[in-house]
Design a protein around this ligand. Structure first.
Ligand code: IMP
Ligand code: MG
Length: 368
């Protein structure tokens, strides 16, 4: 996944698929045109890459030129397609082939037809690499189509989002539903905190560590914090509704986030159900649950090492560490099943360098 300005895009058409489509159009055109020398006319800016690759694949002699058209933003009327660079040579009697990167509504194509009809060309053919049939509103024949695509915004291979993305060798599609809500599992020492820091940067997520949220609310004596404390003081467990209310407040505080990393919650199946209900009330859902897996013995070494400097007493006692692992295994087993049933459970190998583990996590997220 990539970010351009404020939006996220996911891989859609590979460089190989583009290459095949360009080759197909070039071969077919060469067959149809034969010995005659055509004038290819690329429509700038979007078609610069297509035009460049196309003429390299065209097996016969040809000429190439460009026009530059732009539509005024905010309207789709044909009068608003403006000619910025016109045709600068004599096309009378020539076979002209327009090379378009993409045909969407067809407004630009209409303007092209108007411009070239005046040039007394022998014949005008239209070739476009991409075509959105659901968006097309005109009747003009499109002679060559590289690929039909759904009516979704794309970037790459010449196409831009507000001038960015033209340089990409493959095509990406706008990710409209880009809420990425993750539940992160991992034994103490598995590196959840470290990885969450990278993931929230990369995907613009908000990391919600339930422990931190509790401490924050109690320290600042919020209504929910006081409520939670009243249960704790009585030696009772804080009811799930109270925890959910705290998480809800965090979610609402961070409405610009592209999603949330839930860490430390849910710990029970009942909590997982409560989280699902809460998220769906916000038209959100858990996209994936990821468990960072690591061998107990390796984690114990890591924690004991950490305990030497962290001052956390529970990191210095191997027996206590093993107890925490047992508790983790007991609690998460039913949760894993819960998310497995939803097809949302992913296990990631947590052994390796920080970068390697981040890469494995990103591979899961990019596939969502
Ligand atoms: P038209 O709607 O067929 O006139 O297309 C107008 C222009 O809009 C195209 O030449 C592109 O420059 C641009 N365009 C249409 N669809 C897309 C897209 O999905 N991504 C980027 N630019 C697009
Ligand atoms: Mg264009």
């Amino acid at each position: 996944m990539i970010k351009l300005h404020d939006k996220y895009f996911k891989p859609f058409i590979t460089a190989t698929q583009i290459d095949e489509a360009v080759t197909r159009i070039a071969t077919q055109l060469a067959e149809d045109i034969g010995d005659e020398i055509p004038v290819f006319v690329g429509v700038l800016n979007g078609s610069f890459m297509f035009a460049s690759d196309f003429v390299k694949k065209y097996p016969n002699r040809c000429e190439i030129s460009f026009v530059k058209l732009a539509s005024y933003s905010g309207t789709s009327s044909t009068e608003n397609v403006k000619q910025l660079i016109g045709v600068d040579y004599d096309l009378e009697g020539r076979t002209v082939v327009i090379l378009e990167d993409i045909i969407d509504t067809g407004n630009t194509l209409q303007e092209i037809n108007r411009i070239f009809k005046e040039k007394k060309v022998k014949q005008l053919k239209i070739a476009t690499l991409f075509f959105k049939p659901e968006a097309y509103k005109k009747q003009y024949t499109i002679d060559y189509i590289g690929m039909e695509i759904p009516n979704k915004f794309i970037v790459g291979y010449g196409l831009d989002y507000d001038q960015l993305g033209r340089d990409l060798p493959e095509v990406y599609q706008l990710k409209e539903d880009h809420m990425i809500n993750l539940v992160l599992f991992g034994k103490p020492g598995a590196g959840k905190g470290t990885q969450a820091t990278f993931l929230k940067e990369k995907y613009n997520l908000k990391h919600i560590s339930t422990g931190d949220v509790f401490r924050y609310n109690m320290k600042n004596e919020t209504a929910l914090g006081k409520l939670a404390k009243s249960f704790i003081d009585r030696g009772d467990l804080v009811p799930d509704e109270v925890t959910i209310d705290m998480l809800q407040a965090e979610v609402e505080k961070n409405s610009e986030a592209n999603g949330f990393i839930f860490d430390g919650f849910p710990r029970t199946t009942a909590q997982a159900e409560a989280l699902d209900i809460f998220l769906s009330s916000k038209k959100m859902e858990v996209a994936a649950t990821i468990a960072l897996e690591a061998d107990d013995e390796i984690l114990i070494q890591r924690l004991l090492e950490r305990g030497k400097t962290s001052g956390r007493a529970d990191d210095t006692d191997e027996v206590k560490i093993r107890n925490r692992f047992d508790e983790y295994n007991e609690k998460t087993a039913p949760l894993m099943e819960y998310y497995q049933r939803q097809g949302k459970f992913h296990s990631v190998n947590g052994i390796g360098s920080i970068e390697e583990i981040t890469e494995r996590l990103c591979a899961v997220i990019n596939n969502l």
